[in-house]
Design a protein around this ligand. Structure first.
Ligand code: G6Q
Length: 535
C-alpha cells in the first residue's frame, strides 16, 4: 500500500482549520430542528448514531469526508484486516507485527486472513469441547461435583475488556455460574475475591499473553497457594490462556491451555481466547458466538467509505473535529446502561494506550494532537456527580452517549405514567439537548451556554450480539483515528519505563530482605525514593 505521510499535510486539514474558525453553532435560533435530527442520523447494523448535536454542518462533513479519503483510512483498515504489518515504526526497532483481532471473528467460508482465522477456529473448537465436557460433568472436581465459579487472573488487556463484557452481559449468564476477577498486585484484591469462595468448585483462568506479567504471575502463585492450603490439586482447577511459546505455555501445569497469537494486541483481545474462555464459561458457547458475530458484522460494515453511512468512521472523524480542530482535550463516554459500568474503563485503555502517542509511524515527532483523554461513568448516576462541569464548567468536554431502547432484564414497572427504562432514556435525551442547546437566563448562575458537542449511539437492547458490535465499533473508531493521525495504535512502549523502575525498586526490597544491612547508592533515585517510605 502506498505510504501515508500524515495529517497536517492533507488538503482537508487546511479546509477543516478554516471551518473551525466559525464552527456550526448549536445555539442559534432553530439551529436544532427535526429536519437536522433526521438527516444527521447514521444507521449501521443495529445502531443509530444521532449527531445533530455535534458542531458540524454539511460543509464540515464534506471536509471530514475529504480527510477520510485523503488519508485512505478505509484502505488502511482493510490492509490491517488482510494482515499488513501495521504495528511498526519504520526505521526503528519495533514490534513489526500484524494486528489481526478482526480475524478471530472472521469465521465464515472466505476469511480475509485464512491462517489467523483457522487458528481462531481451532481454539474455539477446543473451547467448545471443554465447555461441553463441563456441562456434561465429564470434567468435575475432586469430589465429582461440577464447577460453579471461575476466577479470572489477568491485568490490562487481559482483564479490562473481558471484565467489561462479563458485567455487561450478566443478564445472560448460565444459572449458577459466576466469574470473579483478580488483577491488581495489591494483595487485598485477591484476598477479597478468595474470601467466601468455595474453591473446590472453582476454576482459575490465568490469562497472560506474554506469560511474564508481574501482577498475574504473583496472583497466580497466591491463588495456587490457597488451593494447596485447602487440600485441592491446582492441576484440576487451573486453566491457562497465553501466547504460544510463552513461559506460561506449559500444558502439564494446567487442566487446559488455550492460545492467543502475537498478532492480537492485549487491548484488542476480548474476542480471542483472552475473553472467550471466561465468557464461554459464564454465558455458554452460543452466546459467545453471538458476541463474535456482532463484532464481525461491524468489522465488515466498517469498510463503507461514505462517512455518513459508517458509524465507527464517522465517530472517528467527529472525534478528530472536536479534538484537533475545535481544541477539546478530553472525551467523556457516558453509557445510559448500568451494565456498561466498566465499559468506559475498557475504552480508556483501548483508546489511550493505542493513541496516546507523540511520534508518527516513521518516528518523527507529531505536529498535531493524537488521542484525547477518555473518561466516563454510566448515567444517570453521573448526572448527580460531574455533569455540573459538563454543563457550566470552563472546560468543554465532548460527549458520546450510549443508550438502549429496552432494558436487558425486562423487569420494569410503570411508575407515575412511565417505566424506569423510559425515564432513563428521557434523561439521556435531555442531557444531550441541554448540552447542545443550552438555555438563557437573566441570572448568570442559572445560564447554560450550550454549544457543547455530543452524539448518541443508540441500539434496541444490550444483548451479546449488540455488545460484540458495540465493542467493535469502538475498536474500529480507535484504529481509524490512529490511521488518520499516522500513528502506530498497536504498541505501548509508554508503559515500559514504569515497569523497569518498579523492578529496580523490587530488587532493592528483595536485597534488603536477604540482608538487612543492605544499602543502595544515594545517587540511585529508585533507592533514594524507596528510603523515603521507611518509617
Ligand atoms: C494491552 C497491553 C497491556 C497488557 C497487559 C497484560 O494492549 O499490552 O495492557 O494486556 O500488560 O499483559 P499480558 O497479557 O502479557 O499479561
Amino acid at each position: 500500500m502506498a505510504e501515508y505521510h500524515g495529517f497536517s499535510s492533507n488538503n482537508a486539514t487546511a479546509s477543516l482549520r478554516e471551518l473551525a474558525l466559525n464552527p456550526f453553532s448549536l445555539t442559534e435560533p432553530n439551529a436544532l430542528n427535526s429536519r437536522r435530527f433526521a438527516s444527521y442520523c447514521c444507521r449501521m447494523n443495529d445502531f443509530e448514531l444521532l449527531y445533530a448535536t455535534e458542531r458540524v454542518n454539511d460543509d464540515t462533513l464534506s471536509a471530514l469526508q475529504d480527510l477520510a479519503d485523503e488519508s485512505r483510512v478505509i484502505e488502511q483498515f482493510k490492509g490491517m484486516k488482510r494482515g499488513e504489518v501495521v504495528n511498526r515504526i519504520k526505521g526503528y526497532e519495533s514490534e513489526e507485527r500484524m494486528a489481526l483481532h478482526t480475524a478471530v471473528r472472521d469465521l465464515g467460508d472466505a476469511p480475509l486472513h485464512p491462517e489467523a482465522s483457522a487458528q481462531a477456529r481451532a481454539e474455539l473448537q477446543k473451547l467448545q469441547d471443554f465447555l461441553d465436557a463441563l456441562t456434561a460433568a465429564e470434567i468435575v472436581n475432586e469430589a465429582g461435583e461440577s464447577f460453579t465459579d471461575m476466577v479470572m487472573v489477568g491485568i490490562g488487556g487481559s482483564d479490562l475488556g473481558p471484565r467489561a463484557l462479563y458485567l455487561a452481559l450478566a443478564a445472560f449468564r448460565i444459572q449458577n455460574r459466576r466469574v470473579h476477577f483478580i488483577s491488581n498486585v495489591d494483595p487485598d484484591d485477591a484476598a477479597a475475591v478468595l474470601r467466601g469462595l468455595d474453591l473446590s468448585r472453582t476454576l482459575v483462568n490465568v490469562v497472560s499473553k506474554s506469560g511474564s506479567t508481574l501482577e498475574t504471575l504473583t496472583n497466580e502463585e497466591l491463588v495456587r497457594a490457597s488451593f494447596k492450603a485447602a487440600g485441592l490439586d491446582p492441576g484440576r482447577h487451573f486453566i491457562a490462556v497465553t501466547g504460544k511459546g510463552s513461559p506460561m505455555d506449559n500444558p502439564a501445569r494446567y487442566l487446559r491451555s488455550f492460545y492467543m497469537f502475537d498478532y492480537i494486541g492485549g487491548r484488542y483481545s476480548v474476542t480471542s481466547m483472552v475473553g472467550a474462555v471466561m465468557l464461554g464459561f459464564a454465558l455458554g458457547f452460543e452466546q459467545l458466538s453471538e458476541i463474535l458475530a456482532g463484532a464481525h458484522a461491524v468489522d465488515q460494515a466498517a469498510e463503507e467509505p461514505d462517512i455518513r453511512r459508517n458509524i465507527p468512521l464517522l465517530m472517528a472523524l467527529l472525534g478528530i473535529w472536536n479534538h484537533n480542530f475545535l481544541g477539546f482535550d478530553t472525551l467523556a463516554v457516558l453509557p445510559y446502561s448500568q451494565a456498561l459500568i466498566r465499559f468506559t474503563a475498557h475504552l480508556q485503555q483501548c483508546d489511550m494506550e493505542s493513541n496516546g502517542k507523540s511520534i508518527d509511524r516513521s518516528g518523527q515527532p507529531l505536529a498535531w494532537q493524537s488521542g484525547p483523554v477518555v473518561w466516563g461513568e454510566p448515567g444517570t448516576n453521573g448526572q448527580h456527580a460531574f455533569y455540573q462541569l459538563l454543563h457550566q464548567g470552563t472546560t468543554i468536554v465532548p460527549v458520546e452517549f450510549i443508550g438502549f431502547r429496552q432494558s436487558q432484564y425486562g423487569e420494569d414497572l410503570e411508575i407515575q405514567g412511565t417505566t424506569s427504562q423510559e425515564k432513563l432514556l428521557a434523561n439521556l435525551l435531555a442531557q444531550s439537548l441541554a448540552m447542545a442547546a443550552g438555555r438563557g437566563n437573566s441570572n448568570p448562575n442559572r445560564r447554560f451556554a450550550g454549544n457543547r458537542p455530543n452524539c448518541i449511539l443508540l441500539a434496541d437492547r444490550l444483548t451479546p450480539y449488540t455488545m460484540g458490535a458495540l465493542m467493535a465499533v469502538y475498536e474500529t473508531k480507535i484504529v481509524m483515528q490512529g490511521f488518520i493521525w499516522n500513528i502506530n495504535s498497536f504498541d505501548q512502549e509508554g508503559v515500559q519505563l514504569g515497569k523497569v523502575l518498579a523492578n529496580e525498586i523490587i530488587d532493592h526490597l528483595a536485597a534488603r530482605r536477604r540482608d538487612k544491612n543492605y544499602q543502595g547508592r544515594d545517587d540511585d533515585l529508585s533507592w533514594a525514593l524507596l528510603r523515603m517510605t521507611d518509617k
